[in-house]
Ligand binder design. Structure first.
Ligand code: ITT
Length: 200
């Protein structure tokens, strides 16, 4: 069976992150009838895998099997070169149960200071998985490289956006218009691969 999603098909967005959902909806460009995990009252699964790809597949599978509909999940995070890729898959967990990203960003800065490193290289990764109920699944990954900026700048976006300046840009993701971030982000790059595999 070819893995395809027809335009207008129902698709569950398997995320509980209010920052991600509008980005994903914009990248899908009205192509599907989107139902969020929240609307369906689906619980948030524990992210027990050790890679972005593994956790994206886990979240998509969880939502698809429980809803009986194809589901799309994103697992993503910020990786800092001088911190050996941390926080990486633990990016959301660094913000704690209250999802406090001011503290999480402060943590990144503090750890860099403790390392005594002035290397500010970092990257965002997004793994996007689509799973069919009790059926197959597909996963792709996108990445954007950049530099960390302290103090953070801008109030747009979500998570670590204020401290991340993508390569070749002068604004952080937190300062950019949503459409400008969507043109170059890790999520957009993963989406380009997903669209090529699934929709075109
Ligand atoms: P779901 O699993 O419900 O989708 P989550 O926030 O737990 O929500 P992740 O486990 O994938 O999602 O955590 C990703 C974290 O990485 C997210 O909370 C952000 O802090 C950060 N992150 C990912 N993409 C980002 C982006 O585009 N801009 C800023 N921070 C981002």
């Amino acid at each position: 069976m070819a893995l395809k999603l027809e335009p207008g098909a129902k698709l569950v967005l398997a995320t509980h992150n209010p920052g991600k959902a509008p980005e994903i909806a914009a990248l899908l460009d009205g192509r599907f009838e989107i139902i969020t995990a929240g609307q369906l009252g689906l619980p948030e699964p524990d992210e027990t895998e050790s890679t972005f790809v593994g956790n994206a597949l886990l979240k998509a599978r969880h939502a698809a099997d429980r809803s009986g509909l194809p589901a799309l999940a994103d697992d993503s995070g910020l990786s800092v070169k001088a911190l050996d890729g941390a926080p990486g898959i633990f990016s959301a967990r660094w913000a704690g149960p209250s999802k406090d990203f001011v503290t999480a960003m402060q943590n990144v800065e503090t750890r860099l200071e403790e390392m005594g490193s002035d290397d500010r290289a970092a990257w965002f990764t997004s793994a996007l998985a689509v799973a069919w109920p009790n059926g197959p699944a597909l996963v792709v990954e996108g990445r954007v490289d950049g530099t960390l900026v302290f103090p953070g700048r801008g109030t747009r976006g979500f998570g670590y956006d204020p401290i991340f300046m993508p390569e070749g840009e002068t604004m952080t993701f937190g300062e950019m218009e949503p459409a400008a971030k969507d043109a170059i982000s890790h999520r957009a790059r993963a989406f380009a691969k997903l669209k090529a595999a699934l929709f075109d």
